[in-house]
Write a protein that binds this ligand. Structure first.
Ligand code: PMT
Length: 221
């Protein structure tokens, strides 16, 4: 039989949300379920890749035998795990919804309710994908996602350019059935050469197939 298209590739996929602790009982997070990233990881493994899935806090998981899952909670933990594997990775797909901000100080004890307003100072988390883009080797492929509510194309192209990506997958909360937690998604792919591919609403598994086909094409380009 012909070898599978990604049989010799080591691929890192980030998926799910991150949580950023405020105190032992509270955190900041977002609505990501991990479904999209897990579907991409499975489609990549089906294409023969050795997949490391760096997965944030979610009840979703995969039992695919081609996938090794590493569980993380915070953006910093996700960053550390991705950086460990990056030197030997051929492809990285960043589907995680990483928190952009975290509390500057994490309280060691539960913050007690008082009469006054509570202010929590936030600092930026490390931008994982940007860091990868800044040190990308000539043989490495970087694929990002872009989730917005408005000005989708403008922001997606900005991320593609500024994070030195080979391709970005744009999805929008303005599209019914697309984005967080749905079993479906509607995406547009933009590659580094400016090629735009639009897809209709379909299952996240089918979206993942489209993304993997585009990755295989990019490899040959
Ligand atoms: O998990 P689901 O419920 O199935 O939902 C899927 C999804 C909507 C989460 C997914 O399709 C998606 O769009 N993921 C990216 C969400 C996001 O936060 O996008 P962004 O536009 O803020 O980030 C741009 C890119 O940079 C992303 O590839 C992100 O993983 C990456 N990033 C962002 C911030 C950061 N600190 N580090 C990063 O690596």
């Amino acid at each position: 039989a012909a070898p599978q298209p990604l049989h010799d590739k080591i691929v890192v996929v980030t998926a799910g949300p991150t949580i950023e602790h405020i105190d032992p009982v509270r955190y900041i997070s977002n609505h990501s379920s991990g479904k999209m990233g897990i579907a991409v990881a499975e489609a990549l493994a089906d294409a023969g890749a050795r997949v490391k899935l760096i997965l944030g806090p979610t009840s979703r998981q995969t039992t695919h035998t081609g996938i090794e899952t590493i569980r993380v909670q915070t953006a910093q933990e996700m960053f550390d795990q991705v950086m460990k594997i990056y030197p030997i990775a051929n492809i990285v797909v960043a589907a995680a919804a990483v928190a952009d901000y975290r509390p500057v100080n994490v309280a060691g004890k539960k913050i007690k309710k008082g009469e006054a307003q509570l202010h929590i100072d936030l600092e930026k988390t490390p931008d994982i994908l940007r860091t990868l883009g800044d040190s990308k080797g000539p043989q490495q492929l970087l694929i990002g996602f872009s989730l917005e509510t408005n000005n989708e194309k403008e922001y997606a192209l900005k991320k593609l350019r500024e994070k030195h990506l080979d391709m970005i997958v744009m999805n929008s909360l303005a599209d019914a059935g697309a984005g967080f937690n749905y079993d479906t998604n509607k995406v547009t792919l933009f590659d580094r050469d400016g090629k735009e591919s639009n897809f209709p609403l379909k299952s996240k598994q089918a979206v993942a197939q489209d993304i993997v086909s585009a990755i295989i094409e990019l490899q040959h380009a």
